[in-house]
Design a protein around this ligand. Structure first.
Ligand SMILES: CC1=C(O)/C(=C\N=C(/Cc2ccccc2)C(=O)O)C(COP(=O)(O)O)=CN1
Length: 455
């Protein structure tokens, strides 16, 4: 039990309720079988996302009362800048309203038309901002990441041969930067090893290619380095993070995850030129360079949350709660991506619903069926999220997944056990679940607003 014990006690609660099965059937139908379109009040346990859904600490809430809402030079910005310098080791900080703001600035600053941004594995908004800036984003992740059952403990790693091939085939000048995400979301929350980060930087330095991290879940990645790379077993998380970031020129960071806040983002860099480019743009798209679309109080909460996210007792509890869900589902025979990720458990919808064709959208079907059966909300992370190729054809990735994403410091292990029990019950009657057909498809990031009907 000691591995699961919460390093906190609860001071404030927010009531949740399980609406009737009849209401759930109606609600998911009204939402077009798209969990993004459900009303929060109809959701019992919300495992849609870990983004912006964490519980803040008393330390962070106290910080909210210390918001310096000066338009320019807010002291909370300097607290945020100092926290990033201390925890991540970057010298320069450009604040943004959330991760997409940082992705927008970074891609606009570094990419010119036709350039390439190799990334271990795509993330939807990251890829879209690279495309908007005129670039393309080929995946260079190791093959193991595409095999849900493969238990390699660093499935987020960059495949150095694939990266070398992209450089050789296109020439280093065509590479805008190499982009490495930590605890790779679309691969199942899978970490990158320190050894791999070091090797990627060494390779890129040979060609003077910049390395930009997506550090959104880097504290959890640091914890996996500490527990899985033996030479780091006794190294403090903050030192592991500093070393990780030393193998990059800069990062984008959606503070809504590991920084334990409900809104916020930033771009941080060692490179004065990147800083000056993005700092000049932030005033056009996000706000002044000392608030970037965040209130002073929000910057204070991020500064305090980033420091809190390096506590081993918290990271141990957090990642073990995710693993508890994974272990319960494995025990119940439910096919999931292994090993359990840092922020979520991903169900293998192809194996869960083998009677459906890809055009019946197994992952979309499963996420809707889970809600109807249990009031638990999950997120489709398969072909609907992947979208269409440049010829307009649907892409059907190996990883047709449903993500059960655990918010930080929010749910108890009883909630986790309830979700596991309901999904195991659903698995037993999986052949009864009908597929879906898409009846509305928006132009951008279709997974947010597409609607479906049962076949
Ligand atoms: C690795 C990574 C992320 O996971 C990320 C956001 N993730 C999210 C939120 C989301 C975004 C798009 C579709 C579905 C859900 C997540 O549910 O997983 C962003 C954008 O940050 P932003 O949401 O603050 O703009 C950048 N990088």
């Amino acid at each position: 039990l000691i591995d699961l014990i919460e390093p906190f006690k609860i001071k404030v609660i927010e009531p949740v309720r399980l609406v009737s099965e009849e209401r759930r059937k109606q609600a998911i139908k009204e939402a077009g079988y798209n969990t993004f379109l459900l009303l929060s009040e109809d959701v019992f346990i919300d495992l849609l996302t870990d983004s912006g859904t964490s519980a803040m600490s008393d330390n962070q809430w106290a910080g909210m009362m210390l918001g310096d809402e000066a338009y320019a030079g807010s002291k909370n910005f300097y607290h945020l800048e100092k926290a990033i310098q201390d925890v991540l080791g970057y010298k320069y900080v450009t604040p943004t309203h959330q991760g997409r703001g940082a992705e927008h600035l970074m891609s606009q600053a570094l990419i010119s038309e036709g350039q390439i941004v190799p990334r271990n594995m795509y993330f939807t908004t990251s890829k879209l901002h690279v495309n908007i800036a005129g670039g393309v984003m080929p995946d260079v992740i190791i093959d193991e990441a595409h095999d849900p059952e493969n238990e390699f403990e660093f499935k987020g790693n960059v495949d150095l041969l694939k990266l070398q091939k992209v450089i050789d085939e296109n020439g280093p000048e065509k590479i805008a930067y190499v982009n490495v995400e930590m605890n790779v979301n679309m691969a199942g929350g899978q970490p990158v090893s320190m050894a791999n980060l070091r090797a990627v930087k060494k390779l890129c330095d040979q060609y003077k290619i910049k390395v930009i991290f997506d550090a959104t879940r880097s504290s959890e990645n640091a914890y996996f380095i500490k527990t899985r790379e033996k030479e780091y077993a006794d190294v403090p998380i903050i030192d592991i993070l500093n070393e990780m970031m030393s193998y990059s020129d800069g990062c984008i960071y959606s503070s809504k995850k590991d920084c334990l806040v409900n809104i916020g983002g930033f771009l941080a860099t060692h490179d004065k030129e990147i800083f000056e480019k993005t700092r000049s743009m932030v005033v056009v798209y996000e706000g002044l360079h000392t608030y970037g679309g965040m209130a002073g109080r929000d910057m204070e909460a991020v500064a305090r949350g980033l420091r809190e996210s390096t506590q081993v007792s918290y990271l141990k509890y957090r990642t073990n709660q995710v693993k508890l869900l994974g272990d319960l589902l494995i025990e119940g025979g439910v096919p999931i991506v292994r090993p359990p990720g840092g922020h979520a458990i991903f169900l293998n919808a192809l194996k869960f619903l083998p009677h459906l064709t890809r055009e019946q959208w197994p992952a979309q079907t499963l996420s809707a069926a889970i809600y109807e059966a249990s009031g638990v909300r999950s997120m489709e992370r398969g072909a609907i999220s992947k979208g269409r190729d440049k010829d307009g054809n649907n892409i059907f990735p190996n990883l047709e997944l449903v993500r059960l994403t655990i918010p930080r410091r929010v749910y108890t292990n009883t909630h986790i056990e309830y979700a596991a029990e309901c999904i195991i019950d659903l698995y037993k009657r999986r052949h009864e679940i009908p597929g879906l057909k898409m009846v509305f498809e928006p132009e951008y990031l279709r997974f947010f607003q597409a609607t479906f009907e049962q076949l």
